[in-house]
Design a protein around this ligand. Structure first.
Ligand SMILES: [Zn+2]
Length: 234
């Protein structure tokens, strides 16, 4: 009797501690600081201290994070204004941004010229397209004689337009490939149709820039809306 009693109690004795020390668990946010330094905060100015942090939603047992359920990309937090940014903010340089804005119209103009100099004679519609684009970009008219001179200079360089266009795409801070393809298309399609050579050239450019055919179609639709649309409804 006693022995049976002992046996039946035994497992109970083993489970008792779980009631005496209940497992506390739950879900909470874990923030880990992964680095620090100083940067130019786009919100509050130069030479600000920042910390890099990684946030994750964690499963906790006894207040200890056991495993992450969700992890968010690393963030940069300005210690001065508490603004949060993606890591790319560490490369933010207002001077370079201004330079990029200043150089953009000339780069775009060169993209269009390089696309067009493959032909011996550039159609009038294409020259007008360059003028329209420059006007839209900088709000200024470009003199035809200046444009003619720039075209002559580009021809004199005797460079491979495709190689040069790829080089230009790398100069843009962001979206260089799609920008180059957009303006190359706008230059080539100014007459209203694309010649077979143009189609082949644009496709080679697209491939060299690593843009999918699907993305290229989207670029074409947007470019056509922006320019052809603008022209038909002045
Ligand atoms: Zn700040």
């Amino acid at each position: 009797m006693r022995s049976r009693h002992f046996v039946t109690r035994s497992p109970k004795a083993n489970t008792t501690p779980t009631f005496m020390f209940p497992i506390i668990f739950g879900i909470g946010e874990q923030i880990r600081t992964t680095g620090s330094g100083s940067f130019h905060c786009p919100n509050c100015g130069p030479d600000r201290d920042y910390r890099r942090e990684r946030r994750a939603q964690c499963f906790y047992v006894f207040f200890v994070p056991v495993f992450p359920l969700n992890e968010w990309p690393e963030q940069v937090v300005c210690k001065n204004c508490c603004s949060q940014f993606t890591k790319s903010v560490l490369f933010y340089n207002p001077e370079l941004d201004r330079q990029e804005r200043d150089e953009r119209p000339d780069r775009i103009k060169l993209v269009m010229i390089l696309t067009l100099i493959r032909a011996e004679l550039i159609p009038e519609a294409s020259l007008q397209r360059i003028e329209d684009v420059v006007r839209a970009e900088v709000g200024e008219d470009i003199l035809r004689e200046h444009l003619d001179r720039e075209i002559a200079e580009a021809r004199a360089l005797e460079i491979d337009p495709l190689v040069e266009l790829i080089r230009i795409a790398q100069k843009f801070k962001s979206k260089g490939a799609s920008t180059v393809l957009r303006y190359a298309f706008l230059a080539a399609s100014a007459t209203g149709t694309l010649s077979e050579e143009d189609e082949i050239f644009l496709d080679r450019l697209r491939e060299a820039l690593g843009i999918s055919q699907f993305a290229f179609r989207r670029i074409i639709v947007t470019a056509a809306q922006d320019f052809t649309g603008q022209r038909s409804h002045p």
